[in-house]
Ligand binder design. Structure first.
Ligand code: FES
Length: 180
């Protein structure tokens, strides 16, 4: 009797083992499905990240060399990221280029003189607003520009900009030098 009960128990255990295996194999099936779904996503993420890193790297390293010649004749050569205005670059490097209207074409205090006409010719033509401001600038020359309108680009690598001896703040009006 005991033996029959034991055999019955063994059989029941075997029968239970089969269904008990099913979830394992199903889990394995689901893992496979999951992997198949994840792999393409991983590939997309990988390729996107690679391309983005490459682009950022390119932007990070794209800088040009610009030399500012100060009023006293001293020179400062700085690295300027492409896309940055000469006014911003000057301020970031403590160069004495005023920029009273902060680039809104309402003054001429950011007046710079491009020292080499070949570089001057590589610039975009000045807009009417810039020409209007330049007409009122002190020490206007044939290669004068407003520093806030000159944007760094690869062709300008090596450009030299002279700071005029004086600037006039005529349009940010109400400007009256404070007595010291
Ligand atoms: Fe005023 Fe350039 S900062 S016009």
């Amino acid at each position: 009797m005991f033996s029959r009960i034991s055999q019955l128990g063994t059989r029941l255990l075997r029968e239970n083992r089969a269904p008990a295996n099913l979830p394992n194999s199903r889990s394995s099936y689901y893992r496979g499905q999951l992997r198949r779904r994840l792999v393409p996503e991983k590939s997309i993420l990988f390729s996107t990240a690679t391309s983005s890193t490459h682009d950022e790297g390119t932007q990070d390293t794209e800088k040009i060399s610009v030399t500012f010649v100060n009023k006293d004749g001293t020179e400062q050569t700085i690295s300027v990221p492409v896309g940055t205005s000469m006014l911003e670059a000057a301020h970031e490097n403590d160069i004495e280029l005023e920029g009273a209207c902060e680039g809104s074409l309402a003054c001429s205090t950011c007046h710079v003189i491009v020292m080499d006409v070949n570089y001057y010719n590589k610039l975009e033509d000045p807009a009417d607003e810039e020409n209007d401001m330049l007409d009122l600038a002190f020490g206007l020359t044939e290669t004068s520009r407003l520093g806030c309108q000159v944007i760094a680009k690869p062709e300008l690598d090596g450009v030299r900009l002279s700071l005029p001896a004086a600037t006039r703040n005529f349009a940010v009006d109400g400007y009256v030098p404070k007595p010291h």
